[in-house]
Write a protein that binds this ligand. Structure first.
Ligand code: AMP
Length: 131
C-alpha cells in the first residue's frame, strides 16, 4: 500500500481522530506515538507529528526543525516507556526506500531486555529491508 499526501487524510491523521482504531501510547501537544501494526522488532513504535503538512523528514527538517527535535525527544521517551534505553530511529524517505505513508513519521525499533538483561533479538528494517 502506498499512501500519498493529498486531499484524503493520512492513515495516521485518521488514527489521531479516532477514525481508525489504534492505541496512542504517548502524546505531546504536537506529536503522538502508536504501535506499528506490523512490528519488525519487539518494540516497534511510530512517532508522528499531529500535523500532516510534511510528507517526509527532509520536508520537515527544512520547514520546522523544532518539531523534528520534538519527535526525537518523544522517540526517546516512548522507547524508555517501552523498556528500551537503546533504539534505532528510522525515517523511510521516498517510495524507493520503502516509505508507504507520506505523512512524516519515525520508526522506533528496539529489542527488549531479557530477564538476564541481555538484548534478545536482531532488529529488522521496517518494510523488510536489510540494514
Ligand atoms: P513507512 O513504510 O515507513 O511509510 O511506514 C508506515 C508504517 O505504518 C508501516 O510500518 C505500517 O505497518 C504502519 N501502519 C500502516 N497502517 C497502520 C495502522 N493502522 N496502525 C499502525 N501502523 C500502521
Amino acid at each position: 500500500m502506498t499512501e500519498r499526501v493529498g486531499t484524503e487524510p493520512s492513515v495516521f491523521t485518521r488514527i489521531l481522530h479516532g477514525e481508525i482504531p489504534s492505541a496512542i501510547v504517548l502524546q505531546t501537544d504536537d506529536v503522538f506515538v502508536i504501535r506499528d501494526i506490523a512490528p519488525q522488532a519487539p518494540v516497534h513504535l511510530l512517532v508522528i507529528p499531529k500535523t500532516d503538512a510534511y510528507a517526509d523528514v527532509t520536508e520537515l527538517a527544512a520547514a520546522d526543525p523544532r518539531l523534528l527535535a520534538n519527535m526525537v525527544a518523544v522517540a526517546k521517551a516512548a522507547a524508555s516507556q517501552a523498556g528500551a534505553s537503546d533504539f534505532r530511529l528510522v525515517f523511510n524517505t521516498g517510495a524507493g526506500a520503502g516509505q508507504t505513508v507520506f505523512h512524516v513519521h519515525a520508526h522506533v525499533l528496539a529489542a527488549t531486555a531479557s530477564p538476564l538483561g541481555e538484548r534478545t533479538m536482531t532488529l529488522g528494517m521496517p518494510d523488510g529491508e536489510e540494514a
